[in-house]
Design a protein around this ligand. Structure first.
Ligand code: AMP
Ligand code: ZN
Length: 460
């Protein structure tokens, strides 16, 4: 098998992937801040991470995948200024921050299922890990990396030599921050580890700490939770490119200062943005916000969006337009129809195509070229249907388009969603929930048959 190469932001080049421990991979992904629906830009990030995980598994690595849920501490600017995002959501909807967090976490997990994104092995919620975050702050304090000012605890970036190495920050450059600076900071890049006397009088989430009652800064959660589940050093950390200069930079300095072990993470992978006309980034705070629900209301299938994302390399900006999405929809529907035509048993994987496919996906996840190989297969008139079908199912372990589960009957989306939820429940060995979901599927007039690879839905 070809070696797997991945573009490492830390090195600014493609590198051969060699895990810290033979055969297994620890992978941490920065998850959503649950104060609103995820927009399709955010979802591009999770599709990229899902493909990465699938490629690692295709290469026979055992992957431990952790994704966090940020439900506290994230301000509208990543650099500790602006409004508290959770509070902003609560005010907008006249609910408590806890209700907001619960509602949008559920909405996010629903999107993940619809996009055929594999559930992480661990979902880690920031508010469930306050103790771990305080312990980490205490370690940093003992080692002399922190100071207290205005009631808050800050990380002192002047206490380390290599701050900003991931982003190659020019620390002397005068950043033209549009927002007001925090007067308590000793150095421009210092950041908050624990807030107490913050400007948010009505902050709903507060915990006792040695520094006073308050709540953690945003960055500390990812250091604390990733190290809890993956160890002091691990293989891969992902997120969108916006995380490079602040969030991931701060995560690195906290973690390496606390443990003294470098590098904290061996490979850093970042996806480019989903952009609108003139390169404008899709953002939750903007008025250009499109959700998966919006796509479904316009009669797109969530997998049309997955196909759309696969068509552009994750390190290239992806321009969103309804026309482009419609082309992806046409291609995805055509693919499903063709797969149904060749559906058969007893085939073998076609070595020539299998080899080409691995070459592409192992070349820094080249999904556009991998999709092109799928279409080349259909153009090759010499191939037998059953071999084509078997080969495509193998490819789909990476593409994640659910080719195994296509049936002639048009299965309603609510039924497929329940079936996917049930598959997740079965994978988690939650048999009670799995039986409950089967009953719901039956009530809607469908039967579900399990197989080693997944399931098949049939009309009763
Ligand atoms: P957030 O919920 O804002 O913390 O973001 C969740 C993930 O989405 C992060 O990895 C971000 O880097 C990523 N992200 C945010 N905006 C975009 C965008 N327009 N395109 C692609 N990824 C994005
Ligand atoms: Zn993070």
């Amino acid at each position: 098998m070809n070696k797997l190469t991945l573009y490492n932001t830390l090195a600014r080049k493609k590198e051969t992937f060699v895990p810290l421990k033979k055969g297994s991979v620890g992978m941490y992904c920065c998850g959503p801040t649950v104060y609103n629906y995820a927009h399709v830009g955010n979802l591009r990030s999770y599709i990229f991470e899902d493909v990465l995980r699938r490629v690692l598994e295709f290469n026979k690595f055992k992957v431990k995948h952790v994704t966090n849920i940020t439900d506290v501490g994230h301000l509208t600017s990543d650099a500790d200024v602006g409004e508290d995002k959770m509070l902003k959501g609560a005010k907008r909807e006249k609910k408590t921050v806890w209700q907001i967090a619960e509602f949008y976490t559920k909405a996010f997990k629903d999107d993940i299922i619809k996009l055929n994104i594999k559930n992480p092995n661990t979902w880690s919620k920031a508010t469930d890990h306050i103790k771990e975050q305080i312990t980490l702050i205490q370690i940093l304090e003992k080692k002399g990396f922190t100071y207290q000012a205005g009631g808050n605890v800050y990380f002192d970036t002047s206490s380390v030599k290599d701050y900003g190495k991931l982003a190659k920050l020019d620390l002397k450059a005068d950043t033209k921050e549009r927002v007001e600076e925090d007067k308590n900071k000793k150095n421009k890049h210092d950041f908050v580890l624990w807030f107490t006397k913050s400007k948010f009088q009505d902050q709903g989430m507060k915990w006792k700490s040695p520094y006073g009652t308050g709540y953690p800064g945003w960055h500390i959660e990812c250091s604390a939770m990733s190290m809890k589940y993956l160890g002091k050093q691990f293989d891969i950390h992902c997120g969108g490119i916006d995380h490079i200069p602040v969030h991931h930079t701060n995560e690195i300095v906290q973690s390496e200062s606390a443990t003294g072990k470098k590098p904290w993470v061996k490979y850093w992978l970042h996806n480019e943005f989903l952009v609108l006309r003139k390169g404008e980034k899709m953002a939750k705070s903007g008025d250009n916000f499109i959700t998966l629900q919006t796509l479904e209301e316009k009669e797109f299938h969530p997998l049309d969006y997955r196909y759309f994302c696969l068509g552009t390399h994750y390190r290239k900006p992806l321009m969103f337009s309804w026309d482009a999405l419609e082309s992806a929809q046409n291609a995805r529907t055509r693919l499903f129809d063709r797969v149904l035509e060749i559906k058969s048993t007893g085939g073998k994987v076609l070595p020539k195509y299998g080899k080409k496919f691995i070459q592409e996906i192992n070349n820094d996840l080249n999904t556009p070229n991998a999709l092109a190989i799928v279409w080349d297969l259909f153009k090759d008139k010499k191939l037998k249907s059953n071999d084509m079908y078997t080969t495509l199912l193998l490819f789909d372990r990476v593409l994640g388009l659910g080719l195994k589960n296509i049936t002639k009957d048009k299965i309603p989306q609510n039924v497929t969603k329940l079936a996917k939820e049930r598959l997740n429940a079965r994978q988690d060995k939650d048999w009670k929930n799995s039986d409950k979901l089967r009953d719901e599927i039956n009530k809607l007039g469908y039967d579900i048959e399990d197989s080693a690879e997944g399931y098949t839905i049939k009309k009763k």
